[in-house]
Structure formats: structure tokens, C-alpha cells
Design a protein. Structure first.
Lengths: 426, 426
């Protein structure tokens, strides 16, 4: 289903209306007690389960269109729902309902010499616009996380999944109404016209407080160019695993294989392996054998090629997020060179050192300027669930506001409450 | 002194070089121990004192140009330095040197069931661009706050104060060198050409992490339109004082007078007074007499005019940040109407309720969605010093990252440190 809107002016008008509806709903959602939002989340999960036939039928329509349009097999797999996947989506919403209430928490609390008591308390951001691609579960995850954190959300899903997203959104909105909250706290943009994205990025006349883009490089480039409201950036994950001279060999092999091959298509997968020269000759053959046996292609610098035959890596390889079973390999002269390589080519997402040397580990933790810095653990732990946040809206790679895995708390901000007894300022 | 640069291309080239210098300095400043930054700050204060003759001579040149250009008396006063004001600037830098180190603080710390220990630690933002107008003290305050928080800064001061700012920046840079830190951690854009601002707002090829604009509406509008990097917004302060029916009369009078008249030109001054209808007839005459005696003009709605003769307020008055001895006055029907007025016309900066009714106070604190919400205290407390933060870079009115008074901590962000023992992700 696509609503056909004839002109860009008409789309802008429609989008401004969506913005006003979200803004109008924001106060009710923000002021509702946490228990009401929890009730709404449980009702949303129940409504998804109850609407399973309609959601699966809508998904079938998306899949049929995808076949006609010649979507790739991985894209079709991302798009496809069945009863089990739909139950997982509903269970995800239930899990968010079970999370602690992030709002109202007192982050800081102090009293000034003049008797003013100052508290910093957690509040919602307001209205959040989320731009994403074809996975239908994002519709439910993003909608649920925004409600958990007291926000309203305007969802702009990819055209491939528009029917599934529309059916899922209808269920979420019924759940909101079951709890006495405004349905417009969750809205899906009902057109796949790209002009609607431009409209959202301009902020809908001040109605949008934050944009969260989840997608590939072209979306990110467009957002950076066009956004006139703050953006919670989720850029690429050009992650490194660095095997230090003090590494335990068995851990180094296991961690590299897991970091690269557990799932190659996620942002936390390692794209470049750095090895200290002193241990490269011993370790690289073992690692290469394990990876090659699992179908991974290696692309190395001259020193790596001298140890194990592999394709020559070019400068471009150090800058490439493969999201595929390909690993760039570089031999480095110690931790300083490794940190410099990561600062030069990395994306500030997730980087790991493998070492038993505590001093080297602490230096790496301190000097690598990425959202997540690991010692002796797979880069694939870059995930909100693995951090204990429940669902995540993504991994923030910007430097402001929320970084790393962003869950409900990352969608909040704060205000200061000041209680006085008549103090005037001298 | 103005460096004359012939073309916009040349300015862009110069600005990109400034960005690269800042980026090159960033790692040294970030990795330096807190004690080194403290030493640098003390040295900066000493260098300002030592350079007093040069700084005052530069200021005299600015003042002479200001007279020639016909700057207003308030502008000339903002611009002027003397020995006492210069000592206050140096003492401000010393006070920032005495502040607690914000970096390295562990904000959160937990261990996952798989044994991964996760810490969220405070780190600098990186390179900050600050665009401001004519007050020379901002050069020293902003430079010092950025060093305290481990950042590098590119200062773009107003043309009126360019000689003063140049002389102050030279002293700050000598202080950095005294501590063995790179002088390029603090740079002043050496041209007053507005093209340099555009260049900074585009982010200098990725070198700038954050823009902090401090200025009037035209600067803010330009920043919102042109910025391609995150902005820590300091918009206008359209602050309200609301006198609830449960107010103590003496407090209501004293707070209103202080909130409006202590200093009318600062962002925390109250611009609109809201009074509950039930107490307006009793209180407004007293408040109006006190304000009028101090030279304040009142502009009221029909109900206020019926109580005290005053100019009629128009819709525009509710939206105006006067920054002058003028107060808009509106009689409202209770707390709900007051909160709605503030939501409609306010700027999300600072708002106060005067009441002895605890329930009304808590409702106001909860439902008013501004950076600072006060009970029974003057809106003029909206200030980093009054919050105990020492110097401030301004009052954040955006919703993301840092809100309210922004001191050194507001110029930091965080990263996650994850310590494992070889964990792979299942």
C-alpha cells in the first residue's frame, strides 16, 4: 500500500500535519506515569499478537513486490516475517515494557550555600524522527523504545517494507489507545516519496527535536547535508581487532574469528586486523587458516603477505566497511602504531586490543577515542542487548549526547529543578 | 589588527589549516594528565597578568575604532577593559584552574553475566568552535573552559574586539606552552571576514566536533541554517515568573522585582509576568509600583490594564525577549493556563513559579519543559556560577547533550570501556 500524493507541496503539508499531531501528543506521553507507558507497551505487544494474520498478509504483499522488483536474497530475508519472527517482535516489545523506567531519575542533587536545592532530572527528548530501511522489526523496536522513554515518534520506514510497517504501526497505535495514550504518539509516514524525508530533516516547523537515521552511507550523507535539527548519528562500524605482543595466542585466534565471522553483516564486526610484528609470524598462519576454512578472504600489507599468501591490501581496504567475509590485515610496530592506524582509518565505533599486558590494555583503553573500546572481548559485543540495555535504537558514532549502544536512556535528556524559599540574586 | 585575506578560497584554505592544527593538538591535550591542564590554566592566568600593558593597549585600539564606528554606549562598555576588569578575567581563569577535573570520571560501572566489565567514562568532545560577539572576557573564559575539559578550541570573536581578543589569545597560548601543551589547542580566527564563520560551520573538513554560538538572533539563524556539525544552542531567554494563587505576597513582589530588574540585559531576566486572577487585584498594584519606581515599563493584557493603567500588550509582546526594563503582564486562570502560556510562548530557558502550595510547585516543576524550572527563586539564578559550575560557556536551550548552564562538564562526552578475559559472542 502506498498513499500517492501528487506534489511536493502536498507532501510538505501532510508532513507538517504529522509534526503537529506528534507535538500535540507529546505532553500527554511525557506527563503520563511510567505505569501507563508500561501498560501501553504490554498492550502494544498483545495487539501485535492479535493482528498476526493482518501483519503476515501485509508482509506477504511486501515480499511479493520484492520478488517482482528483484530484491536480493539477503534483502528478502531481512524483509520476511513468519509466526516465529512476529512472536520475537512482540516479545521484544514485552521486554521493553519490563525495563526500568528511565524518566524522573535524579541524576544529580545538591544544595547551594544560599539554600537553593538543585536537581538534574531525566526527561524525554520530545518528538523523534526515525529514518530506517527494510527490517520490519525496527518499526516495533523503535516505537516501543520511544514510548518507554516518554517520547513521540515519527517513523519513516523503507519502501520495501511499507505494508508490513503500516500493519505493525496500526497494532502499536491500538496498544497506545488501550492505555488511554494518544495514538499519534507513534506515526508512520504514509508515503514512500523521498520528499517526505527532506521534510522530516527540515524539522517539520520545529516539531521534531531529534533525527535518528539508520541506514547506509547514502542516507547518512543526505542526513548530514539536509538536517536542520540535531541528529543521533549511526554511521559505519569500521572496527579493529589489534593483537598486541602480549596477547594470549588461543584468545587471539578465538577472538579474531568471532569478531570477524560470527556475523559479518553487523556494524560490530571487525573489518581490519592489526598484529604486532613480533607475534605475527607465529599467530597469523593459525588465524588465517581458521578464517580461510570459514570462507573469509584476507587482504594484507606486504608484511602479512610475506607470512601468509593473500591478496594485497590497498589504502582503500583500510577505509572499507566490508560487512562481508573479508578481512584487511596489517602488521604494525607496536601499540603506538596500532592506535595511530585506528585514529586514522577507524570510524570511532568499536575497537579491541588482545593482550595480557595490563599496562598496554589501559593505554589502549585510554587513548583509543572510539565509542566502545574493548580488551580481550569480541567487537561483536557492540550491541545494546549485550550491554544489558534491552533493545537498542542503534550504535551512536557521533560524539554528542548518546554514544555506543543507544537504548531508552539514550533517548532522554534532562532539566534542572531548583527549589527555593524566596531567594533573590544579589 | 585585521589580517586581510583576499578571496574566500584563501579564507577556506586558512580555516582548513586552523582545523588541522586543532585536530593535531587534540590528542596531546586529551591525553595530558589533569595536573598538566591545571598547570596550563594557572600559567594562562599569569600570562594574562604579565601581558596587561599589551592587552590594554590592544583594547584601547578596539575602543578607538569603536568610537570611530559609532558603537552604542552599552556596546562600548561591554568592550572596555581596565586593570580591574583584566584582573577579573585572570582570576576567572584561576578559578577554572581550581575546578575539579571532569575527565576520567566513571559515570557508570557494571559487570555482565558473562563477566564483561563495562564502564562509561567521561572524555573530551574534541575540537570545539566558539562563535561570539564583542565581550573580550569570553575569549579567556571559553579558552580556559575548553582546556579544563580537555578540548581544543577555535575561537571566532566579534570584529569589534578583535585586537583585545588577539592579545588575550596570545597570552593564553603562552600559558599552554609553559605547561608543555601545544599552543594550537587555543586558536583565534585571525580575520573578521564573515566567510570564516561559514567555513567553521561546515566543520573544517571533519576537524570540528561541536559549534557553540553565543550571540543574537541573526547569528543563531545563520548557525541553524548553515551548520553541518552538532551545535550547542544558546538561544534567547524568554523567561517567565508565574505568581500562583498560593504565593506569599512579599516573596512574589521581591522575586518579580529581582527577576526583572537586577540586570535586564541577561538571558535569565524575566520578560513576562503571569499572575493568577484570584490574587492579581491585590498583588499587581504593589508589583507595578515597585517596578515603575525602578523605571520599568509594563505592558499588560486587558485584565492587567483593568487593575493598573499600563500599555496594552500585543501578541508580539508574549514572544519578545526585551533585554530591557520592560515587562509583559498577563492575568491567567490558574496553573494549567500558566503552563500552557509558557509552552506556547517560552523559549525553554528558565521559568519560575511563586507559591507556598507544594502540590502546585511539584506540578509546575514536572510539566514545564524548560532547561531550568524554579520554585520561589529569581529567574536570574540561571547562571553557571550560581549553580556552582564556576565559569560557563552559556545557557544551553537545545534539548540534546548539555542543557541549562554549561560549564566544563557540559563540554565532555563519554566512551565505554569493556574489559574481558577472552569472551566471544555466542
Amino acid at each position: 500500500m502506498t498513499v500517492h500524493v501528487p506534489t511536493h507541496d502536498a507532501i510538505e503539508t501532510m508532513m507538517l500535519d504529522i509534526g503537529q499531531r506528534a507535538r500535540a501528543a507529546a505532553k500527554a506521553v511525557r506527563d503520563a506515569p511510567g505505569a501507563a507507558r508500561t501498560f501501553a507497551l504490554k498492550a502494544m505487544a498483545a495487539r501485535i499478537r492479535a493482528a498476526a494474520p493482518e501483519i503476515l498478509a501485509a508482509n506477504a504483499a511486501d515480499l511479493e513486490r520484492g520478488r517482482r522488483d528483484g530484491l536480493s536474497a539477503p534483502m528478502m530475508d531481512r524483509l520476511a516475517l513468519d509466526s516465529a519472527r512476529l512472536e520475537a517482535i512482540a516479545a521484544g516489545v514485552d521486554a521493553i515494557a519490563a525495563q526500568d523506567e528511565p524518566l524522573g531519575a535524579v541524576i544529580a542533587d545538591w544544595t547551594r550555600p544560599n539554600g537553593l536545592r538543585i536537581q538534574r532530572v531525566r526527561i524525554p527528548v520530545g518528538v523523534i524522527g526515525i529514518i530506517y530501511e527494510s527490517r520490519p522489526n525496527v518499526t516495533a523496536d523503535a516505537g516501543a523504545l520511544c514510548i518507554r522513554s516518554g517520547n513521540c515518534v515519527i517513523l519513516r520506514g523503507g519502501s520495501d517494507a511499507i505494508d508490513s510497517s503500516t500493519a505493525l504501526t496500526a497494532a502499536l497505535r491500538l496498544g497506545l489507545q488501550d492505555a488511554g495514550l494518544p495514538a499519534d504518539a507513534i506515526q508512520l509516514v504514509p508515503t514512500t516519496d523521498r520528499a517526505a524525508v527532506g521534510s522530516l530533516l527540515r524539522g517539520l516547523g520545529g516539531a521534531v527535536d531529534l533525527i535518528v537515521p539508520r541506514g547506509g552511507k547514502s542516507l547518512v550523507a543526505r542526513v548530514q547535508d539536509e538536517a536542520r535539527v540535531p541528529v543521533l548519528a549511526h554511521l559505519e562500524g569500521l572496527c579493529h581487532t589489534y593483537i598486541h605482543t602480549g596477547a594470549d595466542a588461543a584468545k587471539a585466534v578465538a577472538l579474531t574469528v568471532n569478531a570477524k565471522m560470527r556475523r559479518t553483516g553487523i556494524c560490530g564486526s571487525t573489518e581490519t586486523l592489526l598484529l604486532d610484528r613480533s607475534i605475527a609470524a607465529d599467530l597469523l598462519p593459525v588465524i588465517a587458516a581458521e578464517l580461510t576454512a570459514r570462507g573469509c578472504e584476507l587482504r594484507g600489507d606486504a608484511a602479512a603477505q610475506a607470512i601468509v599468501p593473500m591478496t594485497a591490501a590497498t589504502e582503500e581496504d583500510w577505509r572499507t566497511e566490508y560487512l562481508a567475509p573479508i578481512l584487511a590485515v596489517r602488521v604494525v610496530d607496536g601499540i603506538e602504531a596500532a592506535i595511530t592506524h585506528i585514529a586514522t582509518y577507524g570510524s570511532g565505533h568499536t575497537d579491541c586490543i588482545v593482550t595480557e599486558d595490563a599496562e598496554a590494555a589501559e593505554r589502549f583503553l585510554r587513548e583509543v577515542d572510539s565509542a566502545i573500546v574493548l580488551v580481550n572481548a569480541s567487537t561483536q559485543f557492540a550491541d545494546g542487548g549485550e550491554f544489558g540495555f534491552g533493545a537498542e535504537i542503534g550504535i551512536g558514532t557521533g560524539r554528542l549526547h548518546a554514544r555506543g549502544p543507544v537504548g531508552a536512556e539514550g533517548l532522554t535528556t534532562y532539566k534542572y529543578l531548583v527549589r527555593g524559599t524566596g531567594q533573590t540574586r544579589p
